[in-house]
Design a protein around this ligand. Structure first.
Ligand code: GUN
Length: 296
């Protein structure tokens, strides 16, 4: 393997230690312990695992973490009521609703019910608008984590051609907006590709930094990557692995083995972007608590 491995677990550990120090300072200065409230609808196994690890990591950073698990058949009104209740609760610093929610729920209405001052996922239209205008308050956690991984491995995106594959609200759109800003740690030229892009490889081959976030296992093959590119794999696809106790294996959107021979640096799956997402969620929760304390 030629590429340097970008160790998301190690970098996430750095960020988590910084957040833990910030939590200690908040306690000392304001007597406040940041609290993260997570809302989970239903019992999807993958979502339940994510929620458990978000709570565990928040607790390890000295925060309080709570979850409200609502039944899969909860009504839209009940869910909105719970989200608004948390938004109005002064003891809660940050609120997130684990996605996806069941089909009968209007996800846009749920996001609009979030208190934008506590929207640590950065999905409320107010926070999306602030990101578009280059004055973000809460950057969605996965994009924020990708930016930190690049910066902390000496891969500043400034002046680079970043090709983003994927246009989701939670990764593709916000990472594109974040890295194109006229700001330190950004200043990239960004191209956005998606499932309808014609001749995807002709565009990905131009990337100095390639962000794969399409949710399609192994879609980025070695012939689609320029020699020396930095490759960030956001895919977390479960594929059947009957030989394993859990019955599945996580794979990214990138053909890791082959692409590692061409890239200069690459994130693994698991252990790359995933741990960074949770670390940055904590950072947003700390920020929410700090902003609330500053308002008084
Ligand atoms: N589901 C997958 N990723 C995320 C995330 O970053 N936030 C929320 N709320 N749900 C998710």
């Amino acid at each position: 393997m030629k590429a340097e491995l970008i160790d998301g677990k190690r970098i996430a550990g750095e960020v988590r230690a910084e957040v833990a120090a910030g939590v200690v300072e908040m306690k000392q200065r304001f007597g406040i312990v940041p609290r993260l409230a997570v809302v989970l609808v239903g019992d999807d196994p993958a979502s339940s695992i994510y929620v458990r690890s978000k709570k565990k990591v928040a607790t390890e950073a000295g925060m309080v973490a709570s979850d409200d698990t609502l039944p899969a058949d909860v009504t839209q009104d009940e869910l909105l009521r719970q989200v608004r209740l948390l938004g109005d609760d002064d003891s809660v610093s940050g609120v997130l609703v684990q996605l996806p929610v069941p089909d009968h729920i209007d996800v846009d209405a749920v996001i609009e019910a979030l208190n934008p001052d506590k929207d640590v996922d950065g999905l409320h239209p107010t926070n999306v608008g602030l990101l578009v205008q280059g004055r973000a308050r809460f950057v969605p956690a996965t994009p924020a984590g990708i930016q930190q991984m690049l910066l902390r491995t000496g891969n500043d995106p400034s002046g680079k051609h970043v090709v983003v594959c994927g246009r989701s609200e939670i990764v593709g759109k916000p990472i594109s907006l974040l890295l194109m800003q006229k700001a330190a740690g950004a200043n990239a030229t960004v191209t956005i590709c998606h499932s309808r892009t014609a001749d995807l490889g002709s565009i990905t081959r131009q990337a100095d930094i390639l962000v794969a976030a399409m949710g399609q296992p192994g879609i980025i093959t070695a012939d689609m990557v320029k020699d020396g590119a930095v490759v960030i794999d956001v895919g977390t696809n479960r594929i059947d692995a009957p030989e394993r106790k859990c019955g599945y294996r996580l794979v990214g959107d990138v053909d890791f083995e082959a692409v590692s021979e061409k890239a200069s640096a690459i994130t693994p799956v698991p252990g790359g972007v995933g741990p960074m997402t949770i670390a940055m969620l904590l950072q947003n929760t700390l920020l929410a608590a700090q902003q609330a304390a500053a308002k008084g």
